[in-house]
Design a protein. Sequence first.
Length: 173
Amino acid sequence: MNEILLSILTGLISGVISSLLFFWIISRMRPKMSISTAICKGVDSVGTFYGFKILNNSKYNVLDLKIEVILKKPFNSNGGANHSNVWIELKRDGIIQFPRYRKDDKSAGYALIVATRDNLDALWCDDAQSLEVIVHGKHSFSGISKSFTQNYYTKKSCIKEGIFNFGQTFEIS
C-alpha cells in the first residue's frame, strides 16, 4: 500500500514540476520589439511623411502586429485629469507576419518603418500634448502576446528631418 501511495505522490510531484517548467519556458517566449525614440520627417514624391521605426529583436516571427499612434492632450475634469485623444492615421497599421531578426538578412525584414501623412507639426501644436505609439504582437511559437509603448513628449526633441538608416539602428540621416 505504501508503494502505491509513494508512486502516486511521485507521479503527482513530477507532473507538477514538469508543468511548471513548461509554463516557465513558454512564458519566456514573448515578442521582443523596440520602437524608435525619434520620429523621422521625410519628403517623397507624394509629400511629407512622418515615420516610426519598429525592430523585431526576437528569434521568432511576430504575428498579428498592430500599431496605434495617439496624440494625447490632457485636460482637467472633476476629480482628476483626462486625455483628449486623436488617433493618427497610418499608411498601414497592421501586419500578419513580422519577420524575426537575422544578422544575415540583406533586406532587413525585421525592421519596419510605419508612416503617416497626417501633419504632425500642425496637429501637435501644444507643449502639453504628447504622442504615444503602441505596438502589439504575438510570438509565433508560443502564441503569447505583448504590447510595447513609446511616448514622445516634446515635438522639438522628437521629430528629426531625414529618414531612418538601414537595418538595426534608429539613426536618422
